[in-house]
Design a protein around this ligand. Structure first.
Ligand SMILES: Nc1ncnc2c1ncn2[C@@H]1O[C@H](COP(=O)(O)OP(=O)(O)O)[C@@H](O)[C@H]1O
Ligand SMILES: CC(=O)N[C@@H](CCC(=O)OP(=O)(O)O)C(=O)O
Length: 304
């Protein structure tokens, strides 16, 4: 079929742009082949099914080009919705859900049973082989009860706060991750662990991802959330931060709420051996690919 010159030109321009995108990716493909990326997919970011599909495609693409992606997922809003249906109120202390025995059961059911398998299905649909597990499987995560105190504003006295079955990962045996990754599987991990006391512990998903990234000495820890990255007081994106910058931003109140534990996780991960951490917007289509394979990047990079 005959085409006029304009169509041919625009076709050529669009093909050239595609080829340039691929060649721009080449040095990154070479740099990251064989490396491990830990990706935390937050409950807020996974709300939109189209974004979830894009996310799954990105993970499968990473695996196909020789990166070892390890997915750790959250599900805070989804646990909240289920507890609400059951008539149970949630209370948070420093961003952590106070977890009694019944809440721990619901958290495990939602995280390990529902969200974990949903993500496995999305990754399978995108052509990958996902292995859905929690920290309980193959001794991956041994959790210890989180101890917290708060200061009474009037008397200034520190008091212990009992968060119930909220845990932090204190021992990680990464064997299952190495075995699964080497065999071509993509580990998808729910933030649940078991204690030496035999109890099930509910673990903040950022904390879980950071601890796993540190243990693996991952090249990157990605935290996908519902903001473009860390923003300054004028809501402009901060593209590059060091642990010292983060201490200053916390001190002057620029970062608050859920961003505080998120950035604490990033600082801990980079200080414990992960090369760099990135906070980025999981709602943006293919945000992770743009961050990894283009010179521009897409979120906030945290490095030593
Ligand atoms: N300086 C900041 N830049 C970006 N987000 C911030 C900042 N300070 C506080 N936040 C809050 O942190 C939230 C992200 O943390 P959180 O709600 O725990 O995410 P997730 O559920 O994805 O783990 C943002 O939605 C935003 O409201
Ligand atoms: C102890 C604790 O708070 N655990 C979290 C686990 C899920 C999570 O962290 O999910 P997001 O990343 O989506 O917030 C919770 O119960 O909500």
């Amino acid at each position: 079929m005959a085409t006029n010159i304009d169509q041919t030109d625009s076709y050529r321009t669009s093909m050239l742009a595609k080829a340039e995108t691929l060649t721009e990716a080449l040095p990154y493909l070479q740099r990251y082949a064989g490396k491990t990326f830990v990706v935390k997919y937050g409950g807020h970011a996974m709300g939109d099914p189209e974004a979830a599909r894009d996310f799954a495609e990105d993970i499968v693409l990473l695996k196909a080009v020789g990166v070892n992606p390890v997915v750790v997922h959250g599900g805070g809003p989804q646990i909240g919705a289920m507890l609400k249906k059951l008539g149970v109120e949630s209370r948070f202390v420093d961003g952590l859900r106070v977890t009694d025995a019944a809440t721990a059961e619901v958290a495990e059911m939602v995280l390990s049973g529902k969200i974990n398998k949903e993500l496995v299905s999305w990754i399978s649909a995108a052509g990958g082989k996902a292995l859905g597990i929690s920290g309980k499987d193959a001794g991956l995560v041994t959790a210890t009860k989180v101890e917290r105190t708060t200061k009474d504003p009037e008397s200034n006295i520190e008091r212990a706060v009992d968060l119930g079955f909220v845990g932090e990962p204190t021992e990680i045996d990464p064997m299952i991750i190495h075995t699964a990754s080497a065999a071509g599987f993509i580990p998808v991990i729910a933030p649940i662990g078991v204690g030496k006391d035999g109890h099930t512990y509910n673990i903040n998903a950022d904390t879980m991802a950071g601890a796993i990234a540190a243990k693996l000495g991952a090249s990157r820890l990605f935290l996908l959330t519902d903001v473009p990255g860390v923003l300054d007081k004028d809501k402009r994106l901060l593209t590059d931060l060091t642990p010292d910058d983060i201490a200053g931003l916390t001190e002057d109140g620029t970062i608050s709420g859920g961003m505080i534990p998120k950035l604490e996780t990033c600082v801990h991960a980079v200080e414990a051996g992960c090369e760099a951490a990135v906070v980025l917007d999981g709602r943006v289509p293919h945000a992770m690919l743009l961050e990894i394979f283009t010179a521009r990047g897409a979120g906030t990079l945290i490095h030593r």
